[in-house]
Write a new protein. Structure first.
Length: 169
């Protein structure tokens, strides 16, 4: 499977190098990296990524800009916020689920929240496990999590489904 990571940055550049390093050090490297930033001049020039300038805070608008830059051969898209990091085996692990389960269109994987010192926070609003979403269970999951699955960096989605969503008004 070919994968892309879309990193969104809006006025927070303090952790972007750590976020990017977590992508570059994956056990399975992504085939494309897209960074959508309000101020691309704040990024390291040596980054081998597609950089898109988008000076607005809305995550959805930033993602729509990034979709235009996705390569045709990409199968799965991962999202990463500027102040988050991926676990070192995330892409490898999630790709295996997508390969095995053709019915799954998006996955919200579990996450650990940490403070600025790297200490794990014990917050109860997070999702403690993977949530596999397909067309048949979408309504049930939406009812179970009425406020949504809240961490953008925990989402991965089949590109074909992402493009389908973008087409809807």
């Amino acid at each position: 499977m070919k994968s892309a990571v879309i990193i969104t940055v809006y006025k927070r550049y303090k952790y972007i190098d750590e976020a990017l390093n977590s992508v570059l050090s994956q056990s399975v490297k992504p085939d494309q990296i897209i960074i959508v930033a309000d101020n691309p001049k704040m990024l390291n020039n040596s980054i081998n990524a597609t950089v898109i300038e988008a000076d607005y805070p809305q995550f959805g608008k930033m993602i729509f800009e990034a979709i235009k830059a996705l390569r045709d051969d990409i199968d799965v898209v991962y999202f990463l916020d500027d102040d988050d990091m991926f676990h070192k085996n995330k892409i490898e692990y999630i790709n295996k689920i997508f390969e095995k389960r053709r019915d799954v269109v998006t996955i919200h994987n579990s996450s650990k929240l940490i403070d600025e010192n790297g200490n794990q926070l014990n917050l109860t609003w997070g999702v403690p496990f993977e949530v596999l979403v397909n067309r048949n269970n979408f309504r049930k999951i939406h009812h179970q999590y009425p406020f949504g699955l809240v961490n953008n960096s925990s989402y991965s989605i089949r590109k074909e489904f992402l493009v389908e969503i973008k087409k809807k008004p």
